[in-house]
Ligand binder design. Structure first.
Ligand SMILES: Cc1ncc(COP(=O)(O)O)c(C=O)c1O
Length: 398
């Protein structure tokens, strides 16, 4: 182990007993390179972030351009910052009329926190509902929405009135009542192993929210920005949320998140009290410039139309190799492996063969396939060959 890996362990807070210790030196397209020049195909985009891959020229140009103008000033609510205005306008142009007002934050968890506050203040109710096996972030409010006792038990007390429903289970919807302020749901559950919501479930959920007067909140922090083949995963179903959450891919590799709603709902932040939600860095102008360049490249570059074809290629190569059916949608795919130990062994093998993948927080028996959207057919073939070799190595030596 080289000295810097020791210093990493010594000086940086650790979150697992056995970190991967991969040390990138440079990124280009879908590849990351280490100090020895070895190339690794990045199949997870750290995680579901780098939609345009690493060091995309459009993002570099936007970041450099904005750095030369100004980087930080008072970001929120008072000054007119054109990178924010342009990005908010562009985002709203991709959304239905009821999602026409954007609050920028720094991360996914912050988008969740903002949305919790917004829903509670707007409805005057406090009960929040989320799904079993949902992941909405690591801050205390977002963690309150998590059902998993293992990850939450040491961090309570949480928000007092949180209940859970089963993803894709219609009878679970009875839990939603007039007391409910909001229901949070991922249109494609992420850390449960990439599981899309059923059309019928989403329609029934939306009807129930309308009937009881609560807000429907779609967490598209992982599924947004084109990952499923539409810019927003909810477009596949036609079910429109009252609040949309985005982050991860939104910043084009820079930290940025947002919660998006109607002007009417968002107005509660500017009355009694004023300054209902404030931030020092949310909507940083450099992040917004990178985001706009990313969004324009995804839309104008026709990337969305390539995603379904790429999904099919992954499915074909891996099933032809005798592996199990992928779950998920677009370039948000999960490959069932077996036990956690087997999955981990495959992840380690893949790294040795030059491919970066991992497992999921609540589904440790599956591999994550969430590459940059720019991945080519040849790169998909290479990724599938590496995965197949890793499976052969791990299962044939068992
Ligand atoms: C669906 C979803 N929501 C929220 C979050 C939290 O985002 P962040 O890590 O930017 O706080 C994540 C992160 O993985 C996520 O996948």
């Amino acid at each position: 182990m080289n000295w810097q890996k020791n210093e990493f362990k010594r000086y940086l807070a650790q979150t697992s007993p056995e970190p991967m210790l991969f040390q990138p030196e440079k990124g280009e397209g879908v590849f990351l390179m280490d100090k020895n020049g070895k190339k690794y195909l990045d199949l997870i985009s750290g995680i579901s972030v780098s939609a345009l891959g690493h060091c995309h020229p459009a993002v570099i140009e936007a970041v450099e351009g904005q750095c030369r103008k100004y980087s930080h000033t008072m970001v929120y609510g008072e000054f007119v910052l054109s990178p924010q205005v342009e990005l908010a306008k562009k985002l709203c142009s991709t959304l239905p009329d009821t999602l026409d007002n954007v609050y920028f934050v720094n991360s996914g968890s912050e988008a969740v926190e903002g949305a919790i506050k917004l829903a509670v203040k707007y409805t005057g109710k406090r009960e929040i509902i989320s799904c079993y096996n949902a992941y909405h972030g690591s801050s205390t409010g977002a963690l309150s929405l998590m059902s998993d006792e293992y990850y939450t038990q040491g961090y309570k007390p949480f928000l007092p009135e949180v209940k859970h429903i089963h993803f894709n289970e219609l009878k679970s919807l009875d839990i939603i009542t007039e007391k409910t302020a909001a229901v949070f749901i991922e249109p494609v559950q992420g850390e449960a192993g990439y599981l899309p919501a059923d059309q019928q479930f989403l329609e029934a959920l939306s009807a129930k929210c309308a009937e009881t007067g609560c807000l429907l909140i779609f967490d598209e922090i992982q599924s947004g920005m084109g990952r499923t083949g539409k810019l927003w995963a909810f477009e596949h179903s036609g079910v429109i949320p009252d609040i949309l959450l985005t982050a991860k891919g939104l910043g084009g590799g820079l930290p940025l998140g947002a919660f998006i709603s109607s002007k009417k709902i968002m107005n509660v932040f500017s009355n009694e009290p004023i300054l209902g939600h404030i931030t020092t860095f949310g909507g940083n102008p450099i992040s917004c410039a990178a985001s706009l360049a990313t969004l324009e490249t995804i839309i104008d570059g026709g990337l969305l139309d390539t995603v379904a074809k790429k999904e099919n290629l992954f499915r074909r190569f891996l099933t032809d190799a005798g592996l199990r059916q992928l779950t998920g949608k677009g370039l948000m795919l999960g490959l069932p492996v077996g036990t956690f130990e087997e999955t981990k062994a495959i992840v380690v093998k893949c790294l040795e063969y030059g491919l970066i993948t991992d497992w999921f927080l609540f589904e440790t028996g599956k591999l994550r396939i969430s590459p940059p959207l720019i991945i080519s057919s040849e790169e998909i073939e290479l990724a599938c060959k590496i995965i197949t070799s890793a499976f052969r190595d791990v299962f044939e030596t068992d």
